[in-house]
Design a binder for this molecule. Structure first.
Ligand code: FAD
Length: 388
C-alpha cells in the first residue's frame, strides 16, 4: 500500500487486480521515474517503454473481450491513478490510447470493427489517438464541429483541422469526429495512418504534459472507407458516451497526480531540516500535509464510488462530470501545497513536484474544463441547460 492510500482503497481490488496494480507501480517507479524529467525537458515521448507497458496489459482494462485483459472500471481507474502518481504524461498517453481511442471503438464500433482493431491496440502494437477538438472549437464541440465528412460512394471524404490531439504524431489509428454534411450529425471515423491528405504538426513549447505529443491535424480530402466509419456513432450523444467513460479516468488521474505530489512532499518534510529539526515537526507544515491528504483521500473515495456505478452500468454523464471537476480542483490545490512545502526546491525539476504542478494545469483543462463539467452537473440537478 502507498502512503497516500490512507483508507486502504487498494483492498477493494481482488488479488489479481492488486497484483497488477503493484506491477504497474514497480514499472513506473523503476522504469519511468528515473528518466521522465529528461523527456519532459526535451518534449519527447519515451516510446521505448511501450513494449513493457504492453506486457503489463493495461490497455483496455475497462472492456471485456477483443483481446483486452478486462477487470472493470475500478481496476482501470486505480491503474490510471497509479500511472499518474509517478507521471501524468504517461497516464495521459495511456488514457488517450486505452480510453479515448479504444473506448470510441469499443462503445461505437460494430462487432466486426471491434474484432478488427481492438486486439492489436490491447497489445499496444497499434497506438490510438482521438480527434475531437478543433482550433476554433473546444468546449463547444457538442454543437460547433466544423470538420466535415462527405459520403462519396463507398468512401467518406474528411476535411478540416483538429488541435491538441494527443499521440497524434505517431498514432496508427486516429479517431476523427466530423459533421456529416448530409444530415448534420457528428460521426466517428478511424483514419489509418499514414493516409494521403492527413498531416500532423507537433505542438511545441507547452508548459504542461510536455512528454505528451499533442498535434494539430490537417485533413485535406482524406478518404476513409465506409468500413472505417464507426457504425454505432450516430450523433454527438454517442461521442458523449466515450467522454463519460474517460472523464472518470481523468478524475482518477487527478487523484494520482495529487497523491504523487503528496508523497514527495511528505518524504521531503521528514528529511529537510530547518531551525535544527525536520520541517515535518512544524505545525504549519503538518497542516499542509493533512490538507493534501484529505484532498486526495476524499477524491479517491469519490472515484471509487463512481467506478462502482460504472461497473454496475448505472453511471451517467453528470457523475463523471462532477468527479472530473471536483478532483481536478482538489488536485490543483494539492500540488500547489506540495510545491509550497518544498520551498525553493519546489520549482526544481529534480524534486519532481514542479513537474506535477505544471502537468496538473493540463489535466485541469482537458476532457472538459471545470466550467463545462459544472454546467453538465448543473443541467442535471436543475433540469435547465445553461451552456449559452
Ligand atoms: C494537454 C492537452 C491534451 C489534450 N488532448 C486532446 C485530445 O487528445 N483530443 C482532443 O480532441 N482534445 C484534446 N484536448 C483538448 C481539450 O479537451 C480542450 O482544451 C478543452 O476541451 C477546452 O477547450 P479549449 O482549450 O478550446 O478552451 P475553450 O473552449 O476556448 O474555453 C476557454 C475558457 O472558456 C470557458 N468556457 C467555454 N464555454 C463556456 C461556457 N458555456 N460557460 C462558461 N465558461 C465557458 C472554458 O471553461 C475555458 O475556461 C487536449 C487539451 C490539452 C490542454
Amino acid at each position: 500500500m502507498t502512503e497516500s492510500d490512507f483508507y486502504s482503497l487498494e483492498l477493494l481490488l481482488d488479488p489479481d487486480g492488486r497484483q497488477l496494480l503493484h506491477r504497474v507501480r514497480e514499472f513506473m517507479e523503476k522504469e519511468v521515474e528515473p528518466v521522465i524529467n529528461r523527456y519532459w525537458t526535451r518534449e519527447e515521448f519515451p516510446r521505448e517503454i511501450i513494449p513493457a507497458m504492453s506486457e503489463l496489459g493495461v490497455a483496455g482494462l475497462a472492456y471485456s473481450g477483443y483481446g483486452c485483459r478486462g477487470g472493470g472500471c475500478l481496476l482501470d481507474g486505480m491503474v490510471a491513478m497509479e500511472l499518474a502518481r509517478v507521471d501524468s504524461s504517461i497516464a495521459t498517453f495511456a488514457g488517450v490510447h486505452g480510453g479515448l481511442a479504444m473506448g470510441s471503438i469499443y462503445l461505437c464500433g460494430s462487432e466486426e470493427q471491434k474484432q478488427r482493431w481492438l486486439p492489436a491496440m490491447a497489445r499496444m502494437e497499434k497506438i490510438g489517438a482521438f480527434g475531437l477538438t478543433e482550433p476554433e472549437v473546444g468546449s463547444g464541440a457538442a454543437r460547433g464541429l466544423t470538420t466535415t465528412a462527405r459520403r462519396d460512394g463507398d468512401e467518406w471524404v474528411l476535411d478540416g483541422q483538429k488541435r491538441w490531439i494527443g499521440n497524434a504524431t505517431f498514432a496508427d489509428y486516429v479517431v476523427i469526429w466530423a459533421r456529416d454534411v448530409d444530415d448534420n450529425q457528428v460521426k466517428g471515423f478511424v483514419v489509418e495512418t499514414p493516409a494521403p491528405g492527413f498531416a500532423t504538426t507537433k505542438m511545441k513549447d507547452k508548459i504542461a504534459l510536455r512528454v505528451v505529443q499533442n498535434a494539430t491535424i490537417t485533413l485535406d480530402g482524406v478518404r476513409v472507407p465506409e468500413a472505417n466509419r464507426l457504425q454505432n456513432a450516430r450523433s454527438f450523444r454517442d461521442t458523449a458516451k466515450v467522454l463519460r467513460l474517460t472523464r472518470a479516468g481523468v478524475a482518477w488521474m487527478a487523484v494520482g497526480c495529487g497523491r504523487g505530489a503528496y508523497e514527495h512532499a511528505l518524504a521531503y518534510a521528514k528529511e529537510r531540516q530547518q531551525f535544527g529539526r525536520p520541517i515535518a515537526g512544524f505545525q504549519l507544515v503538518q497542516d499542509q500535509l493533512v490538507r493534501m491528504l484529505a484532498n486526495v483521500t476524499a477524491s479517491a473515495c469519490l472515484c471509487v464510488r463512481l467506478s462502482q456505478l460504472q461497473d454496475a452500468g448505472i453511471a451517467d454523464d453528470q457523475q463523471s462530470a462532477l468527479a472530473k471537476a471536483f478532483c481536478t480542483v482538489r488536485m490543483r490545490e494539492t500540488v500547489g501545497l506540495a510545491r509550497e512545502l518544498l520551498g525553493g526546491n519546489g520549482i526544481l525539476l529534480e524534486y519532481h513536484v514542479g513537474r506535477f504542478v505544471a502537468d496538473a494545469e493540463a489535466i485541469y483543462s482537458y476532457e472538459g474544463t471545470r466550467e463545462i463539467n459544472t454546467l453538465i452537473v448543473g443541467r442535471a440537478i436543475t433540469g435547465v441547460g445553461a451552456f449559452v
